[in-house]
Design a protein around this ligand. Structure first.
Ligand SMILES: Cc1ncc(COP(=O)(O)O)c(C=O)c1O
Length: 461
């Protein structure tokens, strides 16, 4: 007889859970979420949680927004489906592309729509190849990403991803993907090395990799401005300035993966502004629709579009696109979400709330378990360590991150454990009071974890 609820039992019998350790899931059962409103979600037993990760870093306007629901409903009645293949188009895709061109910093000429961050990055990688072939540089194909990067899970995006679980068993990365150093100062700097010195060393290491590979074979560098799934890793001072100089020197395209950081997350509308980035192309998804509908966008510059248009005289159709590229309901929802961002001044309010968020999280720097506090705007993490003085990590087998995550849940807070880093990325619409409540739950869970860690004797002597 199963100890799980009837709903959880049915779920386990039928659903293949992605990104899950299946052996553990089968023992512990799924958490069935049945409802969401504002920044809260409820499980099947009626327990309320603050969604401290905005779903998967995406539900920036929270849950159950009535206006968005209305727009989706109206769009279903007006034009529930339309595609963009060949000569077809529809108004919501057109208007959203126009709006993104206005809103996104940089000089982009066209917008390609997909449905997920992964497919946006796959599109990017295919575009880079197509473009270089079109302009007669067929050797320029290699993609450089970074260790601990997360760019999604489709074949090419997962190859760019620099995290072992997304490669293991899948025979990835495929050929032509390289991973340069992870820019996490706390973990990877030499003793006494400043952030700026660390950044100089990483840029030199990137340059050495490019020279080793032959610059004529390196097509593009892809990077998240803040690495999310790698542990909320904020780049060290001067990092992107130095990296971009290397890319320019060797004529290497820069793809900014703003799938998490886009739309107000870092205290500016886009992280390109926060970190002074001038990418050639950009991937957007998640908060583009505040996760009310699946949608991604690839922002494409004129020079790339022109090269592709020119070669089409010879090659015929550009053979890439999805049945649901520019889906009318997704693009209508995207338009409404962007309208709400502007009308309600969501990014400016999120920037102010982000300052409070950083003040709250910075207080945990004194906590005996916390080795590093990091973040920017409304995204952050605390990394738990066995020895606060020297940053020694816990033995992964001791499961400290998992324990802390369970305490968060018991205290009514959903967040994410990335190893022993506990990540937060709450909806942009979180109120000041809600933010205070979120951090008091987070703090209680850390204290309870500390008690357990002491009981188990896991702190380093
Ligand atoms: C930076 C980044 N890129 C790409 C993706 C992949 O997005 P999706 O899960 O929508 O395919 C994610 C997902 O978390 C992400 O964080």
């Amino acid at each position: 007889m199963s100890s799980f609820s009837p709903m959880a039992t049915r779920d386990l019998a039928a659903v293949f859970h992605p990104m899950t350790q299946i052996s553990t899931l089968n023992e512990q059962g799924p958490m069935m979420i049945v409802r969401g409103e504002g920044i809260h979600v409820w499980d099947e037993a009626g327990n309320q949680y603050i969604d401290g990760l905005a779903g998967l870093w995406c539900a920036s306007l929270g849950y159950a927004n009535e206006e968005i629901a209305q727009v989706a409903y109206e769009q279903v009645k007006t034009l529930s489906y339309g595609h963009l293949f060949l000569d077809k188009s529809h108004t919501t895709a057109m208007e959203l592309a126009e709006k993104l061109k206005q809103m996104v910093p940089g000089d982009f000429s066209k917008v390609f729509f997909g449905l997920s961050g992964s497919d946006a990055n796959d599109t990017q990688i295919k575009l880079v190849r197509y473009y270089h072939n079109a302009i007669g540089r067929p050797r320029k194909k290699k993609i450089i990403a970074r260790q601990k990067a997360y760019h999604g899970i489709t074949f090419a995006a997962a190859s760019a991803t620099g995290l072992q679980p997304f490669h293991q068993g899948f025979d990835l990365p495929v050929e032509g993907f390289l991973h340069t150093d992870c820019p996490h100062h706390y973990r990877f700097a030499e003793p006494g090395e400043s952030e700026a010195e660390f950044a100089t060393r990483l840029a030199a290491s990137l340059e050495a990799m490019i020279l080793r590979e032959d610059p004529d074979t390196v097509a593009a560098f892809i990077a998240e401005p803040i690495m999310g799934a790698g542990g909320v890793l904020v780049p060290p001072e001067t990092y992107f300035e130095k990296v971009q100089a290397v890319l320019r020197k060797y004529d290497i395209l820069f793809i900014a993966d703003e799938v998490i950081t886009g739309f107000g997350r870092t205290g500016e509308p886009f992280a390109a502004q926060t970190f002074d980035l001038a990418p050639d192309t950009m991937s957007l998804a998640k908060a583009l629709t505040s996760a009310y509908m699946p949608l991604s966008a690839v922002m494409i510059p004129e020079f790339m579009y022109q090269a592709i248009a020119e070669i089409s005289k010879e090659w015929g159709i550009f053979g890439h696109g999805f049945t649901y590229t520019g889906h009318p309901v997704s693009t209508a929802v995207g338009l409404k979400v962007l309208e709400i961002y502007e009308r309600d001044d969501v990014f400016a309010k999120a920037a102010r709330l982000g300052e409070q968020f950083q003040t709250h999280i910075a207080r945990f720097a004194d906590h005996p378990l916390v080795g590093e506090v990091r973040g920017r705007g409304l995204i952050g993490a605390c990394e738990l360590v066995a020895n606060k003085q020297n940053g020694q990590a816990f033995d992964p087998a001791s499961g400290v991150g998992k324990y802390a995550l369970a305490r968060m849940k018991a205290n009514g807070l959903i967040c994410r454990a990335i190893g022993d880093s506990l990540a937060l990325c709450p909806p942009l619409i979180t109120s000041q009071d809600e933010l205070g409540e979120l951090f008091s739950r987070y703090g209680r869970a850390l204290d309870e974890t500390l008690e357990w860690v002491r009981r188990e004797g896991l702190l380093a002597a």
